[in-house]
Design a protein around this ligand. Structure first.
Ligand code: HEM
Ligand SMILES: *[C@@H]1O[C@H](CO)[C@@H](O)[C@H](O)[C@H]1NC(C)=O
Length: 435
């Protein structure tokens, strides 16, 4: 008698509890972090997580990406050794470049960029190899930037002309295709793209033949190229009609240094003229703000029911537990994802003012004078897993952009765009054609 009463009482408590906790424990949907403070809390150093916990929650969030590309790099691994080795290798590549001395390094990078642009434009201009209707803009940017990433960064000893045109084209197309699949498709169709992945890997292995350095090139190509091509494409799309902005990049070619990239100190000098108050770095930052290549940065966590609840359930008679539907999910963990909504912060009028949606590079002039140092640009993430290319990539992108405009002007080509700027996809109607 007492036992039954006790069970009923216990059942009532459990029912109440599961109703109350339903919203937080059985909810598989993600939680968004939409303010700088929240994003810093999730990704930043201020969170109490150790590096292992950060890596674990990132790896869990990136499972679909791992599956789609069979990645093994730090973006999908929770091992600190994998992280340190990968980040170390990337830093070496960046440092290796500056061994030459910063100025020489960027001059060399510019030369590679110019050659990549002109060789690609040559095949475009060659009437036998392309249609008269012009060249798709996004495809051109993808191929040129992939060439430059390979011959100007990952394998600096490589001769650009050795890079197989078909291999570049197929690699770019397949990476974009598999990426889209990883975002949208069901697991089974991700796995059914196996043969495309094999083709992709064969091409990448030919493009990056040093197996000792790059046992599995996809691990290196994706983090470097997949974001960079979109920064280059969106920046060009934003400014191609604006002569003053194009001039900033043209003038940058005279002196491709970090110093020239950033704002000039001569701002205060009254005798300085016209465009000297603009710099490529502001234009790049403004592009990263309006078109962050990573719009959302996710972390996933395994959550279980609180221990006390599991404990109680284990003592509830089975028939009652079954009736309350408490059995299965009592101990089975659920995955909860936390998303840093980078795009939301980047477009917030509270942060950037009423003109938050406008492309206004000059807003960066005063931004660095702010007192409050809470970051507001999260294009490169934040905290211990922040992008190692955050200083290198903006400068590299600026030089690619300058070389591309220079190439177009030399060949009498220009861009025909629409009012919609694409991202990974969405570049329909964007073409390169004769002026
Ligand atoms: C515009 C271009 C780029 C953007 C927008 C970008 C963005 C990002 C973001 C948002 C993260 C953080 C991911 C997370 O917290 O889960 C990241 C990490 C990383 N990025 Fe980039 N990236 C760019 C270019 C590059 C380049 C060129 C390199 C290579 C030099 C690079 C190497 C890395 C590496 C190694 C990490 C992982 C760092 C770590 O785990 O500690 N990225 N990137
Ligand atoms: C661009 O943004 C970065 C933050 O990612 C900041 O450190 C840098 O100072 C900005 N550049 C300029 C010129 O304001």
């Amino acid at each position: 008698m007492y036992l039954i009463l006790l069970s009923v009482l216990l059942g009532a408590i459990l029912t109440l509890y599961s109703v109350l906790s339903a919203s937080s424990y059985s909810d598989k949907s993600s939680r968004s972090h939409t303010t700088p403070r929240e994003i810093v809390q999730l990704l930043g150093y201020s969170s109490s997580s150790s590096i292992t916990q950060h890596l674990h929650s990132r790896a869990l969030a990136n499972q679909r990406l791992r599956r789609a590309f069979r990645l093994t790099n730090t973006f999908v691994s929770d091992e600190v050794e994998v992280h340190d080795a990968f980040v170390g290798r990337m830093n070496e590549l960046i440092r290796g470049q500056s061994r030459l001395g910063s100025a020489k390094q960027w001059m060399t990078f510019l030369q590679v960029s110019r050659r990549a642009v002109s060789s690609e434009l040559n095949s475009f201009i060659d009437p036998s190899s392309s249609s008269s209707s012009g060249y798709a803009f996004a495809e051109f940017i993808q191929i040129v930037t992939l060439k430059i990433i390979i011959a100007g960064f990952l394998d600096p000893n490589r001769d650009i002309d050795e890079l197989d045109a078909e291999g570049l084209r197929v690699s770019a197309t397949l990476i974009m295709k598999l990426w889209t699949l990883s975002k949208t498709a069901h697991w089974s169709s991700i796995d059914s793209s196996e043969s495309e992945l094999t083709t992709l890997n064969e091409h990448l292995c030919r493009l990056l033949p040093d197996r000792e350095m790059y046992p599995d090139p996809i691990n290196f190509v994706i983090p470097t190229w997949e974001t960079l091509w979109r920064l280059v494409a969106t920046c060009i799309a934003r400014i191609y009609k604006d002569v003053p902005y194009r001039d900033v990049f043209r003038n940058f070619l005279d002196e491709p240094t970090y110093q020239r990239f950033g704002p000039s100190n001569s701002r205060s000098r009254a005798d300085d003229t016209d465009i000297s108050d603009l710099c490529a770095s502001w234009i790049i930052n403004e592009t990263l703000r309006l078109h962050p290549p990573s719009k959302h940065i996710s972390r996933s966590f395994v959550v279980g029911k609180p221990f006390i609840l599991q404990f109680m359930i284990s003592f509830t008679p089975r028939c009652i537990a079954g009736w309350l539907k408490l059995e299965g999910d009592a101990s089975s963990p659920q995955i909860r994802s936390q998303v840093a909504d980078v795009e939301k912060v980047h477009l917030s009028t509270d942060i950037w003012g009423p003109n938050a949606l406008d492309f206004e590079p000059r807003r960066w002039r005063s931004l660095n004078d702010r007192r409050d140092r809470t970051p507001t640009l999260f294009a490169f993430g934040d905290g211990p897993l922040m992008c190692v290319g955050k200083k290198w990539a903006p400068m590299a992108a600026a030089l690619m952009i300058a070389a591309i405009f220079e190439g177009f002007e030399a060949e009498g080509l220009d861009i025909e765009g629409t009012s919609t700027i694409g991202g990974r996809a969405g570049w329909d109607g964007w073409r390169i054609s004769r002026v």
